[in-house]
Ligand binder design. Structure first.
Ligand code: NDP
Length: 248
């Protein structure tokens, strides 16, 4: 029997990149998975297909997490399909990188609304179910940018730093109800989010990584599954870097 057998997980932004790898890993370990996406229905359907091919269960649910009503609909669709929610992975994220001098209010709002407010909406939508059942695992995907800052990412670093405070507060507010909240902070991971960064910049980044390579989505997914499992029952409010040593 898999260690997450029959647990129900929602993964925001599960259609691509790191979220996709998290969906596949959670399903491989026995979870039923709600694969959320914003635009890319085909990619989400492909994740569902892969999970079903492996003998698991999954649904794709469209929804923009920056909208409270969409987050509520995502949780409702999951409850309708599987009856409960045990695990929420706040993974959906975007970048609008530029130096602060050129950053527009729209760049700021778009990144904060998806990366930080999106997590707020999803936790608000799911917390009643978790509190009532006295069980829950909330895992948010932060970034080393939110811990160390990063030139060109004032909006993104602020959103990811905000997730750290949000996570620690959730750990304090919900701990007595056996709901844990932790944050995984990746370094640079090869996905479409990082695909457009110039080669010269990536070479410099790799020079700064003690493990001398970029991360892959599959480097991030196992720690998320661990934090969702019973083995992590006594871990809450923590920030765990998975970055090849970048933030040392
Ligand atoms: P990708 O761009 O590869 O995938 C982003 C995912 O988020 C897609 O599934 C996309 O859906 C979804 N998404 C975007 N906006 C919304 C929204 N408003 N509502 C719902 N879903 C949304 O990104 P990554 O896999 O690289 O990043 C995943 C997370 O990891 C993000 O939080 C990111 O900040 C974080 N991270 C990434 C790093 C990296 O180097 N790649 C490093 C550190 C952190 P759709 O397919 O429909 O567009």
């Amino acid at each position: 029997m898999s260690d997450l057998e029959d647990r129900v997980a929602i993964v925001t932004g599960g259609s691509r990149g790191i979220g996709r790898a998290i969906c596949l890993e959670l399903a491989r370990r026995g979870c039923k998975v709600a694969v959320n996406y914003r635009n890319n229905g085909e990619a989400a359907a492909e994740v569902v297909r892969l999970i079903e091919q492996g003998g698991g269960q999954a649904i794709a649910v469209q929804g923009d997490v920056s909208r409270g009503a969409d987050a509520e609909a995502l949780v409702k669709a999951t409850l309708d399909a599987y009856g409960t929610v045990d695990i929420l992975v706040n993974n959906a994220g975007i970048t609008r990188d530029t130096l602060l001098a050129r950053m527009t209010e729209d760049d700021w709002d778009a990144v904060l609304n998806t990366n930080l407010k999106g997590a707020f909406h999803c936790v608000k939508a799911v917390q009643r179910t978790m509190i009532r059942k006295r069980y829950g695992r909330i895992i948010s995907i932060g970034s080393v940018s939110g811990l160390a800052g990063n030139a060109g990412q004032a909006n993104y670093a602020a959103a990811k730093a905000g997730l750290v405070g949000f996570t620690k507060t959730l750990a304090r507010e919900l701990g007595a109800r056996n709901v844990t909240a932790n944050l995984v902070a990746p370094g640079f991971v090869t996905t479409e989010l990082t695909a457009n960064l110039p080669d010269s910049m990536m070479e410099k980044v790799i020079e700064r990584i003690p493990l001398s390579r970029l991360g892959q989505p599959e480097d991030i997914a196992p720690i998320v599954a661990f934090l969702a499992s019973d083995a992590a029952a006594y871990i809450t409010g923590q920030v765990i870097c998975v970055d090849g040593g970048l933030a040392l």
